[in-house]
Design a protein around this ligand. Structure first.
Ligand code: NAD
Length: 259
């Protein structure tokens, strides 16, 4: 097993890629804190892991709240006694518009993509430093690598995540803490529906969300959206000791979209 005996946190783990990662990491021997706003779904994912013989605890709360974003580290320590990795997966698309921008949605995008992952990381670093190493993984996006005309605020936030990751990789290298980002292309999760049609956008004439999803997937060189499990596979590698000399990368997992 590739994560035997490891203990870690996955945020936004009740759905999509976070769920796929939590389930996969547990199958590979990790004890996983399943963190999410959706208490019932977080408990369902943790229950699914335990039913399959794995170790998991659900921790429900709102990661826009600094106290909660920090406390998930202490609660994981209280449950499992140590910490080896954190996958800061939480994020938010934010507004599509610039003219007439919804600043509350801007603030939510910044809070979830940047602030909350900073706060959780700040709490995790002393624990990883004390045990002389560990792995921090962040979810950026291909919009954190290339400009995104439909998602300028999201792109601003995810470029920020990539900058944070590269900075921390150098800063924490003496502590043997590896820091990486995963940069998904369009992945078949509930959030992809928001990406193709934001609450502040009008659907183009004659097109519904299903049509827009097909069009979005068709623009990927692979001709399809990715599956959450395909992101979980890459996340598993980056978190595991197999990536022992990998730090500071922003790895696209995108069906050649950024090639
Ligand atoms: N889906 C894509 O195409 C895509 C592409 C690139 C990057 N991403 C990034 O992946 C991450 C999540 O995407 P997904 O597609 O797996 O999502 P998803 O829609 O499947 O799940 C999102 C989860 O986040 C949780 N959540 C929302 N607000 C929260 C809060 N305040 N506190 C705690 N949990 C909260 C939700 O309850 C939900 O379970 C984000 O960082 C997103 O930017 C997604």
């Amino acid at each position: 097993m590739r994560l035997a005996g490891k203990i870690g946190i996955v945020t936004a783990a009740a759905s999509g890629m976070g769920r796929a990662g939590a389930v996969r990491f547990a199958k590979e021997g990790a004890s996983v804190a399943v963190v999410d706003l959706d208490a019932a779904q977080a408990e369902a994912v943790a229950g699914e892991i335990r039913s399959a013989g794995g170790k998991a605890v659900a921790i429900a709360g709102d990661l826009t709240q600094d106290t909660f974003a920090r406390d998930i580290v202490g609660r994981t320590l209280a449950e499992f006694g140590n910490l080896d990795f954190v996958w800061n997966h939480v994020g938010h698309p934010g507004p599509a518009s610039l003219e007439g921008i919804d600043m509350a949605d801007y603030a939510l995008a910044m809070d979830l993509n940047c602030r909350s992952v900073l706060v959780t990381t700040e709490a995790a670093i002393p624990i990883l430093r004390a045990r002389r190493g560990g792995s921090l993984l962040f979810t950026a996006s291909i919009s954190g690598l290339t400009g995104s005309p439909n998602s300028p605020v999201y792109s601003m936030a995810k470029f920020g995540v990539v900058g944070f990751v590269r900075s921390l990789a150098k800063r924490l290298a003496p502590d043997h803490i590896r820091v990486n980002a995963i940069c998904p292309g369009p992945i078949d999760t509930p959030m992809l529906r928001t990406f193709v049609l934001r609450p502040d956008q009008q659907a183009p004439a004659g097109k519904d969300v299903e049509t827009l999803l097909v069009e979005r997937a068709g623009r990927v060189p692979f001709g399809r959206a990715g599956k959450p499990e395909e992101i979980a596979n890459a996340a598993l590698f980056l978190i595991s000791d197999e990536a022992s000399y990998v730090s500071g990368v922003a790895m696209p997992v995108d069906g050649a979209a950024t090639a």
